[in-house]
Design a binder for this molecule. Structure first.
Ligand code: FMN
Length: 214
């Protein structure tokens, strides 16, 4: 009987240590996976570059949905999410939007601010001037999601160039509260420019303007 109990205890210990080892291995694998994901995210940021020529291949709806989800995952002041996205894939509107910068992009997304959404529902907290930053954060997320999915994209500026803002708003039938900030042109890349290296030490200060790294 003693022998049986001893054997069972040993078996339990061995099983326990196996499962602990299994957990550790799983934890190590999860940590490595997180590091890999982090590196992939940084790599995606560093390799994005503006793409202005596209193939004829249309962009799949699933990829559009992911770009829109990424855009709306951006941070916003007071979490107001003061934006609206207009997805354009019909040729006449694409041509109208191209304006003075002709484009063969099969898809454009106009990223707009919604000035009706710059006040908290309680009506007390108002942030009338932050919406441009919120929308800009969404545009960058959208560009990164395009790049991560093998698409090419370029941000074309609209607001605050008032003439262009009125022109784009008119083409897209926007009511007064919907202000187009950018039209992002998107498609499968028809060119492969090298990403630019824009890192400059001179653009960085530590602790005070002009302060050096210790
Ligand atoms: C606010 C803003 C407006 C821009 N407007 C245009 C534009 O009208 N046409 C264009 O071709 N690129 C436009 N760009 C893209 C820039 O030219 C491009 O981001 C810049 O040259 C850096 O190149 P990169 O995107 O390849 O890093 C704009 C970018 C920003 C942020």
């Amino acid at each position: 009987m003693k022998k049986l109990v001893l054997a069972m205890a040993t078996a339990l210990l061995v099983l326990g240590s196996c499962s602990t080892q299994g957990n550790e291995t799983q934890q190590e694998a999860a940590a490595t996976n997180n590091i890999d994901k982090g590196q992939a995210a940084i790599e995606n940021i560093m390799t994005r570059t503006s793409i202005r020529q596209y193939t004829d291949q249309p962009v799949e709806q699933e990829k559009i949905d992911i770009m829109l989800k990424a855009a709306m995952a951006a941070p916003t002041a007071l979490n107001l999410q003061p934006w609206h996205f207009i997805v354009i894939d019909d040729k006449p509107t694409l041509e109208l939007l191209s304006g003075r910068q002709p484009s063969n992009a099969p898809l454009m997304i106009a990223v707009c601010g919604d000035t009706n959404k710059t006040t908290m529902p309680d009506g007390k907290s108002k942030l009338p001037d932050f919406w441009v930053q919120d929308v800009s954060a969404a545009i960058e997320n959208l560009l990164l999601a395009a790049h991560a999915q093998g698409l090419g994209a370029v941000w074309t500026g609209v607001y605050p160039a008032m003439e262009r803002t009125a022109e784009v708003a008119n083409i897209l039938n926007c009511p007064n509260n919907i202000v187009p900030v950018a039209v992002v042109r998107i498609g499968y890349p028809g060119e492969s420019p090298e990403p630019k290296d824009k890192f400059k030490e001179e653009n960085i200060s530590y602790n005070k303007f002009g302060g050096k790294k210790q």
